[in-house]
Design a protein around this ligand. Structure first.
Ligand code: TYD
Ligand code: MG
Length: 462
């Protein structure tokens, strides 16, 4: 039997299927299969193909031959951005920056580009905004940028020779979804275009040594629109996040060949562009009320950085059955589990009551260290007793009411001492002898009921 002459390719993941279906068998996306001619190969890897790397013939190297030299790093002028990049950017590296529209991607890279352009050539390629828009924004932000060149172009084969010739220190592509190559048959913005344009730009960065920052739009599901394969092509992937419409912006590295993944940089969006938040603990605690029940302070970790945050709880007579258990900023199923442990091991009960938990500042805590502070806030609101204002707590709570150690205990304690906290409830195994001496009134706790006894004794002693 002759083979059918057509096949189907998913516009999201690039997978091929012999037959059409409503849902991609590979990535599960709906309505993404489009017909292609079977055997018709897109000219993979051809876009911008005049840029062959002129590297030396392959030979085997021993580790000691390649060690020694540390990569050269350049500062973007924004300490928080340098931090997520692993200490500045590396020449020839390619960074993909993803995030929702309007979150501040263009602003961030314009600020970084303008800073760098004080000393070195930078090219900002904009397919989204006109040069007039970009220039007026940079003027409004007070960015002086002699060496910042703007290029309003989306045609890859025009962009590449210009960059080759100018050899800038840094190039911003805003955004990859607007770029298209003549050598690819499919439409701009399609998976093939995205992949081929990115691959050509990566080759360009590697051969010229210019660092490339590529802006990518994010789909509703939160992935950079188009194939995941873009993430594999580049060296570093940064995502811009913010919660609940707050002015804070977190830039997180989800992949980094030149630094730690999951590192974060924190910014605040102001009328004058993005400002760095160098001391997040001070900011997130700044509007805290003292002497109020239902508030507990904990130390979370954002990337490698410990950060003080306030966890609040409100316990109320249930308005309906079953009672509501709602949390914003922590894991919802885990709240139900923690409340069951609380009912069993605290000598108190929230049965028949609604419980609401909130992490202040629109932050999200994805670690079990928040278990103990959540239950302390619940206990405090239920019994209407404010916790000591200079108390911090962290620790995982197990099903038998045991308090388990968490990662990075000593750093968390150091951060809280730095901000004037003198009382701490800390799991055994999370503190060294030295910390015990320095941390003021530190209680090592093994079980949940001990925590409440410790709080009561602090409250009794005034
Ligand atoms: P932008 O960088 O254009 O976002 P993206 O490139 O991710 O789509 O940011 C646009 C938003 O930021 C816009 O809603 C206005 C706001 N903004 C400020 O609040 N202050 C500023 O100084 C700038 C430049 C933008
Ligand atoms: Mg933009």
């Amino acid at each position: 039997m002759p083979k059918p002459s057509t096949a189907y390719r998913c516009e999201t993941c690039g997978a091929q299927a012999p037959r059409w279906s409503g849902r991609c068998p590979d990535c599960g996306a709906w309505n993404t299969l489009t017909e292609i001619a079977r055997g018709s190969k897109i000219r993979t890897g051809r876009a911008g193909a005049d840029l062959r790397s002129d590297s030396a013939p392959s030979r085997l190297l021993t580790l000691s031959e390649v060690e020694g030299d540390r990569e050269e790093r350049h500062s973007t002028g924004l300490g928080e951005l340098d931090r997520v990049l692993g200490g500045g950017f590396v020449p020839g590296s390619v960074v993909l920056v993803g995030g929702d529209p309007g979150i501040g991607k263009s602003t961030l890279l314009l600020q970084a580009g303008a800073h760098l352009a004080r000393g070195e050539p930078v090219i900002y390629v904009s397919g989204e905004e006109s040069p007039l828009q970009v220039a007026s924004r940079s003027r409004r932000l007070g960015l002086a940028c002699e060496n910042l060149s703007l290029l309003a172009e989306t045609h890859l084969e025009t962009i590449i020779p210009l960059i080759r010739k100018a050899r800038p220190r840094m190039v911003v592509i805003d955004s990859i979804q607007t770029v298209y190559s003549d050598l690819v048959e499919s439409a701009p913005g399609s998976v093939t275009q995205l992949r081929e344009s990115t691959a050509a730009l990566v080759r360009l960065a590697k051969t010229t040594g210019s660092a490339l920052f590529i802006i990518g739009h994010v789909t509703k599901e939160g992935a950079i629109a188009g194939p995941r394969v873009l993430e594999h092509l580049v060296d570093t992937v940064l995502y811009f996040e913010n919660d609940l419409g707050s002015r804070y912006r977190i830039v997180r590295s989800v992949k980094n060949r030149y630094g730690a993944a999951n590192e974060t940089g924190i910014f605040i969006m102001t009328e004058n562009g993005l400002r760095e938040v160098r001391n997040p603990s001070a900011i997130f605690l700044s509007s805290r009320l003292e002497g109020v029940s239902g508030s507990a302070i904990t130390v979370m970790r954002e990337g490698s950085r410990p950060m003080l945050v306030e966890v609040q709880a409100l316990v109320d007579e249930a308005q309906s059955m079953p009672p509501r258990r709602i949390t914003v900023g922590t894991d919802p199923p885990r709240l139900a589990l923690l409340l069951a442990i609380f009912n069993r091991h605290s000598g108190q009960s929230v049965a028949g009551r609604d419980v609401f938990v909130n992490v202040v500042g629109g932050l999200r805590i994805n670690e079990t260290a928040v278990d103990l502070p959540v239950l302390l806030a619940v206990w405090s609101n239920l019994t209407d007793r404010p916790l000591p204002h200079d108390l911090i707590a962290f620790g995982e709570v197990g099903l038998s009411g045991e308090i388990r150690p968490v990662f990075g205990g000593e750093e968390r304690l150091r951060e809280s001492v730095k901000h004037g906290f003198t009382k701490a409830l800390v799991p055994r195994g999370n503190v060294s002898r030295q910390e015990r001496k320095e941390a003021g009134d530190l209680r090592i706790v093994n079980r949940l009921d001990e925590c409440f006894l410790a709080v009561e004794s602090w409250l009794a002693s005034g």
